[in-house]
Structures are given as structure tokens and as C-alpha cells.
Design a protein around this ligand. Sequence first.
Ligand SMILES: [Zn+2]
Length: 337
Amino acid sequence: MNKLYPWQDELWQRWTGLRARLPHAILLRGAQGIGKFDFAMNIARALLCEQPLTGGLACDSCSSCHWFQQQTHPDFRLIQPDALSAQEEESESGKKPARLISVDQIRALGDFSSLSAHQGGYRVVLIHPAETMNANAANALLKTLEEPSGQMLFILVTNKPQQLPPTILSRCLALAAPLPSPAAGTAWLQQQGVADPAALLAQAGFAPLQAARLAEEIEDAGEYRRFLQEIGRPAQLDVFALAEQMQRTEPARVIHWLQQWCCDLGSAKLAGKVLYHIELADVIRNLADKIMVFDLLRYQKELLVARREAAHPLNSRLLYESLLLSYRHMVLGGVQP
Ligand SMILES: [Zn+2]
């Protein structure tokens, strides 16, 4: 977990040059998708590491590094919008997680900065993406930066520094994270097993991590289409083969696909309308004719329960087998093909 990207060596040297006289705050800026966040984490880990390697990277084996692996380091705080911590998941209450960093999140640092470091060394606060601080949060941070306390380093990571107040910018030492050369970006993507790396890299504005995300999306889209094709033909559906094929895909995602599919089945059944899968409207209407509303409701409830438990499934293949068997049963009314 302690690797710099190949295009970050020079940037790391600039950072190690600062080590002797550390500023209170660093602004790490640069394009989206070039590994700024990972670089900032490397700074934090290295600064708190008990026996950094030659070259300055963290050792990955001391107790401080171990705390980082467990995400429980007492001298480190990561401040980011709730939406990033919770990923795309909506909370149980149906309330969407916040997309901005709130003033409460910054104020909560008060206790952290007033205590002395657990390990007697530095304390590090990483704010990411810094431009998502709302105005109050930025003001609260400014107060903290104006009265720096002891050995404490703030790392602000951003690809939109122009959205940060000049008062904050002026208190940070700026480090510009570089975009790799197209050749270096392509080589890295190739190592990650990305097909057609040069074209994807260009499409992603030469930001390699962004290109890797694009590649993942393209792969997911293919998988999604294949999944819909299978469940669109329940009489031919090989439940066990499909469950095995899908076992590496995140349960929350697969369940979401099934929920949308069922939503369309219900809407086609009751109102003759298809909302999500317009290109498969005929297939869905056809299936909707065969199913009983009661069976559909029962199956949707089963999906809801599965979704709630999906964060820690014991075995995703078994989960998919069970959900797909129920699905086939619902559509075919218990008639085994
Ligand atoms: Zn270490």
C-alpha cells in the first residue's frame, strides 16, 4: 500500500526536501485522477512512521503503519464529505450523505489539536477534497491555521484551488502534483491490465487513475448488459453459472440491478410503463404478463432484506444463487424449465 506512482518520484523528493522545516499546511494541487490523495496518504504515513525507509517512505510494519492499515491512527484525521466515506450508498433513512465538508467536521478537530500527539510526534490532518469545505468550514479551518499548535501538519488536497478562499491559500505551502507523460501513463495502465490504454488515457485528459476508472466503468457496463440478458430469459437461466460469474461483483450493485429490474416489471404490470430499461421494454412487458403482483412484492421484499445485509455477505455466490432461484420461481411461477 506504500507505493508512489511512477510519475511522483520528483514530487516526493520535493516533499522530503521540506521535511527539515515543515510548514503548518500543505496544499497539494493538480488535475483529478493523478493520485494526489494517495500521495497525501504517503506523506501522512511517512511522517508518523517509527522507522521510515531510506528515501523516506513509511516502513509498513511498525505499530504506526499498522494503525494506518486498521484506519485507527490516533494522530491522524481524514476529513472528507460523508458522501465519499459512505460511497454511493443511501442511508437507511433515505437521506443522502452530505457532499460538502461541514463546519462540525472542522470544529471536531479542536479536541484533536489541543491534545498532545499520542505517539509524541506529529499529528496530521488530511482534508480531501479541500474545495468541498463549505464557507463556515473554511472559516473554522482558517482560525486553526492562524493559531498553529505545535507539531501539526494540515494537508489540503484539491483539483480546484481557485475555489478555496485566498486567506487559506496564503497559509499553505503549495505543492503541484504533476500529470505524467502520456508514455508513463500508458505504461502504468498497461501494468494494471487495462485494454487500449493509450486511447483511454487521452479520453481521461491524461490522468491515469481517471482512465483506470473509465476502464472499470466500461467493463461494468458490459457485465451489466450480460446480466440483464440472462435474467431477461428466465426459462433458459442457468442460476448457478450466473451466480458464479457474478461472484466478484459487489452484492449491493447486483441487488440494485435486480431492484431496478423488478421496479420495471411492476410498473409494466400495473401501468404498462417501463422506466429504466427502455431498450428491453418488450422483454419486460412479456415477463410482466406472466408474474403475479403478490409474488413480485414478496420478491422485492426479499431484495430489500438482502440489500440491508449486503455489506457483509458470507458468500456472494450463495447469495446470488438464492436470489436468482427466487427470481426464476417468481417469473415462472414454480414451473421448472
Ligand atoms: Zn512504519
